[in-house]
Each structure stands twice: as structure tokens, then as C-alpha cells.
Design a protein. Structure first.
Length: 65
């Protein structure tokens, strides 16, 4: 997708399907997918996504620095 809704890359893609990234307009967003469990069952999962520059250090910061 060229509209900015491309999901961030990661190893989760190998065991997930129906991956959707919904931007929040501020650089982050919500990542939603069906993820396969060890027992083979598929479950819906959602993750608030944001990487922030916190005083010169990149950090996982879905709730801000």
C-alpha cells in the first residue's frame, strides 16, 4: 500500500494473517492481525504502535516518552 497504511515489518508476519495497520495521524497507530498460537489456533491481536525519539534515544513509546 502506498497510502501510509503499510504494516511495519517484523517476524510476526511469518505467523500472522489479515494484518492491518491503522495510522493515528501522529506517526503511530494500531496494528491488528490474526496471530497463530503454538497449538495452531488463530486469535485476534491488537497492538498500539509508536516508536518515539525520547531525548535523542529511539524507544518503544506507545504512550509517549
Amino acid at each position: 500500500m502506498s497510502n501510509g497504511n503499510t504494516p511495519p515489518p517484523g517476524s510476526y508476519e511469518r505467523s500472522s494473517q489479515n494484518i492491518v495497520f491503522t495510522p493515528d495521524g501522529g506517526g503511530g497507530g494500531t496494528l491488528t492481525a490474526q496471530c497463530r498460537k503454538i497449538n495452531g489456533e488463530w486469535v485476534q491481536s491488537t497492538l498500539k504502535y509508536d516508536i518515539a525519539n525520547c531525548d535523542g534515544v529511539l524507544k518503544w513509546a506507545p504512550n509517549g516518552c
